[in-house]
Design a binder for this molecule. Structure first.
Ligand code: TRP
Length: 328
């Protein structure tokens, strides 16, 4: 079975966009591949180094959501990046052969610096973000990496670095490939892409009341000001969410109702609320189980870490060997 690896950065809570865009895909891949999934807590430090307590919180939240959304520790390996020190060793060794220009050219580098102007990101660690990600991936000699399109430049540099290593030393690393799936774009409550930085997200850890409130106050077609005005569902983020969470009949009913003003925006939103709650309720139920049994989380991560470590150690023995390290 081919190996799949992916990670999520431990910064902030998981929202519906992450669920639909990434996590559901990870769940699906569990039976098709040998899957390794981890929480990138070191990556969270590249931008969140001044607030490490938030990372701990996010790690716990992510872990619960992984399990609540259906990752099954019997069918995949779940672990924490910071527990596998071999990633750091490989990152260091790769840093020796990585031209600075390659890192500076990664588009996310300048974008993030621009986006997070409240932080000082002129650090060594932040520039090395994609290199650490490369180490995460190739240490498992993973074939596929399920990620969103935003991560494609990181996969590109991972492939280049794998190639460069193989060229200098020995053919150790396969070049990882991004596994892109067509994800529906998930808009947030203001119509922009759902993102924690826009404060427009519906979180997996929200309460039912909060979810209801967020959807009720969601933006719709701005031209539909009064109940009697007709609207264009294609201009309404509520309709976009219906496409993801509602049945075909409900989508047709609400779209038609919008175009003819036969239903109001609140009627349309009530149907969406029902469907989003139906997705979240089983997740909340499992989260609750886990909150009441924190030992289960530790057990799962310990088991996953052990499995991942074995693979990472094997690779590092090979790496040290082909680089001639530790021999004299
Ligand atoms: N950069 C990824 C993100 O922002 C997280 C990540 C870190 C990752 N290491 C990885 C993803 C390795 C895939 C493979 O979501």
């Amino acid at each position: 079975m081919d190996r799949v690896l992916s990670g999520m950065q431990a910064s902030g809570k998981l929202h519906l966009g992450n669920l639909v865009g990434a996590l559901r895909n990870w769940v699906r891949l569990q039976d098709q591949y040998e899957c390794f999934y981890f929480i990138a807590d070191w990556h969270a430090l590249t931008t969140g180094y001044a607030k490490p307590e938030d990372i701990k919180q996010s790690t716990q939240d992510l872990l619960m959501n992984f399990l609540a959304a259906g990752l099954d520790p019997d069918r995949c390996t779940i672990f924490l990046q910071s527990k596998i020190l071999e990633h750091a060793e490989l990152h260091l060794l790769l840093s020796m052969i990585t031209p600075l220009g390659w890192l500076e050219r990664v588009p996310t580098y300048k974008e993030k610096i621009h986006e997070l102007q409240d932080r000082d990101l002129s650090t060594y660690g932040f520039l090395g973000y994609p290199l650490l990600q490369t180490a995460d991936i190739i240490i498992y000699r993973a074939k596929y990496v399920p990620v969103g399109v935003d991560q494609v430049p990181h996969l590109e540099i991972s492939r280049e670095i794998a190639r460069r290593f193989n060229y200098f030393y020995k053919e150790v690393f396969p070049e990882p490939e991004a596994l892109l799936t067509e994800f529906p774009k998930v808009p947030g409550t203001d119509g922009r892409k759902m993102s924690k930085s826009y404060e427009n997200a519906i979180y997996l850890s929200d309460t039912p009341e909060t979810v209801e409130q967020k959807i009720k106050t969601m933006m719709t077609d701005p031209a539909r000001k009064r109940r009697t005005d007709i609207g264009d569902p294609d201009l309404s983020p509520v309709h976009q969410l219906h496409k993801i969470f509602s049945s075909k009949e409900e989508q047709e009913y609400t779209a038609h109702g919008c175009r003819t003003a036969s239903i109001g925006c609140l009627d349309c939103k009530k149907i969406l609320i029902k469907n989003v709650l139906a997705v979240l309720e089983p997740i909340w139920a499992k989260r609750k189980e886990l909150v009441d049994n924190p030992d289960i989380l530790h057990e799962i991560v310990n088991k996953g870490t052990e499995k991942a470590k074995k693979v990472a150690q094997e690779t590092m023995e090979l790496v040290r060997d082909v680089m001639g390290l530790g021999k004299f």
